[in-house]
Design a protein around this ligand. Structure first.
Ligand code: XLF
Length: 324
């Protein structure tokens, strides 16, 4: 087994220089970096993560709390976060919270005991537990406290855009299927949609789903909607729920978009796979993933964040589930 001593000897430099290079803790000239890297490659050396964690007091792991990676949006977001974190040498500890407060609190305990360097909390259900935690935290969507930066899409504008698009496409009898009240993002989508409708002096119907993606529960909720066939436009709180609504309508011989136009939210990869392809409001997943990682790393490195709360812009992506 090769070690840092052997690398230093072969590269003709001191152990401290090799350590500085491996842990990025100080200056090493380009020429020396090349020499060290050559020996690392030849010896097939991989740094002992635990030893490095003890030495640098940084475990180089990030906890990622995510509601559920079976939702394509969170699946894509987790992939981007992982790739970007890897570029900085960090590995992810993935925690699917299932939007359960109990589960998230249990995971928080585990992340603390593993001494993660930082936590990315998405759509958290347990705000108080993050306050005074003594680990850098960045939040996606649900606001935790004024000390913890929150990154989210401009959901309010997104909701307005969804209404505008259905309205311009001729819909006058609209339904909004909104997310649970505990999702701050979908509350904003709902607000944007309803405000835009009010400005056009149009009333819209609203029903609330009890949870994110759980096929049975969503279909159950749909059965409760009276006369769904009477609507001409439906805005659904996210793409995966919109996919279930589409399936439900098609099974009842309701044509999309001729009878009912549908808009989702996210622009996840399933939009293109559905038939007809799904018009949606895009959340820039790539931008969100990169921002979240850059912010947590800045916090870990004790760098002051210039922007505390960050809203990324949304955009309407037209496909074949609407008529415009
Ligand atoms: O929390 C919201 C609801 O679902 C999130 O941004 C998503 O749109 C992901 O699908």
């Amino acid at each position: 087994m090769s070690n840092i001593r052997e690398i230093a000897k072969r590269a003709g430099v001191g152990i401290a220089t090799v350590s500085r290079y491996i842990n990025s803790t100080g200056y090493v000239s380009e020429e020396v970096k090349l020499k060290i890297q050559k020996e690392i490659d030849e010896l097939g050396y991989t740094p002992n993560a635990l030893a490095r964690a003890i030495f640098t007091k940084n475990s180089m792991t990030l906890g990622l709390m995510i509601p559920n990676i079976t939702n394509p949006f969170f699946n894509q977001m987790a992939t981007i976060i992982e790739e970007h974190a890897n570029r900085y040498g960090y590995t992810l500890f993935l925690c699917n919270t299932q939007d359960s407060r109990k589960k998230e609190i249990e995971y928080l305990g585990i992340l603390k005991s593993h001494r993660v360097a930082g936590i990315i909390a998405s759509r958290t259900m347990c705000k108080e537990e993050y306050v005074n935690i003594n680990i850098p935290v960045v939040s996606f969507e649900n606001h935790i406290s004024s000390d913890i930066p929150t990154i989210s899409s401009n959901n309010y504008n997104g909701g307005r855009m969804a209404f505008g698009h259905l309205y311009d496409g001729g819909c006058r009898n609209m339904l909004h299927i909104k997310g649970p009240r505990t999702f701050e993002a979908t509350e904003m989508r709902y607000k944007g949609f309803v405000d835009a409708a009010k400005e056009k002096k149009l009333s819209v119907d609203v029903v609330e789903f009890e949870s994110d993606f759980q096929v049975k529960m969503l279909e159950g909720n749909l059965n409760d909607i009276k006369n769904i066939e009477h609507y001409d436009g439906i805005f659904v709180f996210n793409d995966i729920a919109a996919a279930i609504v589409m399936k439900y309508l098609k099974e009842r011989d309701i044509k999309i978009p001729q009878d009912i136009q549908i808009i989702g939210f996210d622009n996840s990869f399933i939009c293109e796979l559905l038939h007809p392809s799904l018009t949606t409001v895009q959340q820039p997943i790539e931008e969100i993933g990169v921002l979240v990682v850059e912010s947590i790393i800045d916090l870990i490195n004790n760098e002051e964040l210039i922007i505390k709360d960050y809203l990324v812009e949304t955009r309407l992506i037209q496909r074949n589930s609407t008529l415009l």
